[in-house]
Design a binder for this molecule. Structure first.
Ligand code: NAD
Length: 301
């Protein structure tokens, strides 16, 4: 058998992912520090332990879906109590699916390997809808030798798996993509606001961009104005979708990576600043395409 999976972090993403593993026949034991999250997961059919250590004891895979890398490193090392790297049986696969700093992902992998275990980072895109439907994309950073086991697990929760390279490469790919997404959404929003000021209809501009060289996901799938793409969040008052808080988080991670890597980027840091402000000033729970409202409101009359 595949052995037991300790699934830690049963939040918006973790709970439906754990449910899909159970539906596929995997032996899963969950844990979350928030009792309400555990109660909801139990209700959804995820058996839960009373501590992370209890979930990890006897597991062959430790799958984490946490808010941050600091939380991950604390859990691995133990903050006041024995860490998970110490508690887990030798050669456990530590599979982190959270979105965290590339540097922290690499540090987590080093600690894991030094403790006699195996490591993989596999952050996701696709959001809660993808987690529930089992259609996430996983960006994998792992040794080639882990891919067979990872595929068996991840294909249950996702429909697209991309092996991006060694430890940390999954996180690297995720933040590069999301940095481009943040930048391109701001660009798309600026283009539509300029079009409005110049008297263009949304549909006319959409018809051009969607078939011309400005074509991008931010326009053709997540169009920031209502009308041309009926399923885009703009048509439902910017209910996410992909929330502003998460875009701000991911651009913060991109900013850290740009600084660590010494890249002379200008638009990435600017996009990080723009989305931090958006999230802090009411956009945290709105779709990130709602940035168009700020651009329109800030326009000179
Ligand atoms: P969430 O806050 O809903 O879930 C995180 C869970 O981890 C919470 O329930 C929290 O109580 C739990 N937790 C924190 N510390 C813990 C610990 N030490 N032990 C056990 N549980 C602990 O967040 P989410 O939306 O599920 O996102 C999880 C991760 O996935 C994040 O890194 C996020 O950036 C990433 N992500 C989210 C989405 C999305 O649409 N929500 C999309 C892609 C990636």
């Amino acid at each position: 058998s595949a052995g037991r999976i300790a699934f830690l972090g049963l939040g918006h993403m973790g709970e439906p992912m754990a449910v899909n593993l159970i539906k596929a026949g995997f032996d899963v034991v969950g844990f979350d520090v928030v009792p309400a999250a555990m109660a909801a997961a139990t209700e959804a059919g995820v058996p839960c332990a009373t501590s992370a250590a209890e979930a990890v004891t006897g597991a062959s895979v430790v799958l984490t879906m946490f808010p941050s890398g600091a939380i991950l490193l604390d859990a691995y090392r133990g903050a006041g109590e024995p860490g998970l790297l110490e508690v887990a049986p030798p050669n456990t696969l530590f599979l982190d699916c959270s979105t965290i700093d590339v540097a922290q992902a690499r540090e987590a992998a080093e600690l894991t390997v030094a403790a006699g275990h195996r490591s993989a980072d596999a952050p996701v895109s696709g959001g809660v809808v993808g987690a529930e439907a089992g259609t996430l994309t996983f960006m994998i950073g792992a040794e080639e030798s882990e891919i067979e086991q990872l595929t068996a697990l991840l294909e249950v929760m996702g429909k697209k798996l991309v092996h991006c390279g060694g430890h940390g490469a999954g996180q690297a790919a995720k933040i590069c993509n999301n940095m481009l997404l943040g930048i391109s959404m701001i660009g798309a929003a600026e283009a539509f606001v300029l079009g409005e000021k110049l008297g263009l209809s949304h549909q006319a501009l959409y018809d051009v961009i969607s078939t011309a060289s400005g074509q991008c996901w931010a326009v053709t799938t997540n169009c920031p104005v209502p009308g041309p793409v009926p399923a885009s969040p703009a048509n439902r008052d910017y209910v996410p979708g992909f929330a502003g808080a998460l875009m701000a988080k991911d651009l913060g991670l991109a900013l850290n990576a740009l600084e660590d890597a010494g890249v002379a980027a200008q638009l990435g840091p600017l996009a990080a600043q723009i989305y931090r402000k958006f999230a802090d000033e009411g956009g945290a729970g709105r779709d990130f395409s709602g940035i168009i409202t700020d651009i329109r409101d800030g326009s000179q009359a």
